[in-house]
Design a protein around this ligand. Structure first.
Ligand code: ZN
Length: 341
């Protein structure tokens, strides 16, 4: 049996997640879900509760259950663990929030005592998005997680800048050509975004799903994660007070992408990309100033500490700060207004 390179299918349903799971579950299925999903799903079949993505927790779930199919229901961690428990088997993912662009990837973040690793696990056969269930999320949470999803999605742009920087061709067209759909998402936000309504959720799910497919097709994450994700990992390691929801994954990653966009503008003289990011961030409510960063728990020194530790990371973002000159931060976040280049 080859489990490699199966392309997951994205489906939308008007059913709520509980009745969807009820239909999909059978004696051979293990439901893998988090604290939010557990109360409603645990009586429907054999269910494993996910509290973290430690390798040990994954092993515990695998040892304690017999199954050939996994239904992974929840946020990113539940989906990560669900895919990790399904290696050599089959998995269907049902995201309850759209907080990261990893809903359909064939990888999982797994934690070890020495740190987190992104590991190859297995792609879902189907990713099913229940618009009614996601829409029912409390509006503040819906906005926070969906904003995070867009923030994570735009990391494709920073990653593409990184790739072209290393290839020695940083034209706007070349950067765009690697990740055209991400630029479409950016332009959709700029021109059409009007709040986190149903149309927005469908688009975000579709963009995130398709961004996952790039990872499966390329067999690497070079177009979805570069310096901005390295910065994210350093910052959450260094700032122990950060919680999963404040600042969100997408807010932190978006910060690095904005810096990468600014560096790109200053290096190439091409301002359009940076201006597009600023306009899209303003519409989505992603932070653009020190004051807005402060509101979500991020201070300038956190960013400086993070950047300092990625200076040798051999990335477009890290290289810029190799001289320990952080004045670019003030040109991006300083004074409240975003100055032009
Ligand atoms: Zn991410």
């Amino acid at each position: 049996m080859t489990s490699e390179k199966k392309i997951p299918k994205l489906e939308f349903t008007e059913e709520r997640i509980t009745s969807l799971v009820e239909k999909l579950v059978d004696d051979d299925t293990l439901i893998v879900t988090d604290l939010y999903g557990f109360p409603a799903l645990s009586h429907l079949g054999r269910t494993a509760l996910v509290r973290d993505c430690y390798a040990e927790s994954v092993e515990e779930i695998k040892r304690g259950n017999e199954y050939s199919k996994v239904l992974a229901v929840g946020g990113c961690t539940a989906l990560d663990v669900g895919r990790a428990c399904a290696v050599g088997k089959e998995v269907v993912t049902i995201p309850t929030i759209l907080s990261t662009s990893c809903i359909s990837v064939d990888r999982s973040i797994i934690k070890y005592p020495e740190g987190s690793r992104l590991e190859k696990t297995i792609a879902p056969t189907r990713t099913i998005v229940s618009i009614p269930s996601i829409s029912e999320t409390h509006i503040a949470d819906l906005e926070k997680w969906s904003q995070s999803g867009f923030g994570d999605l735009f990391a494709n742009i920073s990653a593409s800048i990184d790739l072209q920087y290393k290839a020695g061709n940083s034209s706007y067209e070349a950067v765009r050509e690697n990740v055209p759909e991400c630029f479409e998402a950016l332009e959709w936000v700029i021109n059409q975004f009007n709040g986190y309504d149903e149309d927005c959720l469908r688009r975000l799910a579709t963009y995130s799903h398709n961004s996952s497919l790039i990872v499966i097709e390329r067999e690497d994450t070079k177009l979805s994660a570069a310096g901005e994700h390295k910065l994210y990992h350093k910052m959450i390691d260094q700032q122990k007070q950060y919680r999963e929801d404040r600042p969100t994954h997408g807010q932190l990653v978006a910060l690095g992408t904005l810096l990468a966009g600014r560096i790109y503008a200053e290096q190439t003289g091409e301002q359009k990309l940076y201006e597009q990011l600023v306009t899209a961030y303003a519409k989505l409510g992603l932070p653009l100033s020190y004051a807005e960063l402060h509101d979500i728990g991020i201070e300038r020194e956190h960013i400086v500490d993070g950047l300092e530790s990625i200076a040798e990371s051999n990335t477009h973002l890290g290289d810029h700060f190799a001289q320990r000159d952080y004045s670019l931060l003030d040109r991006v976040f300083g004074g409240g207004e975003n100055e032009t280049v």
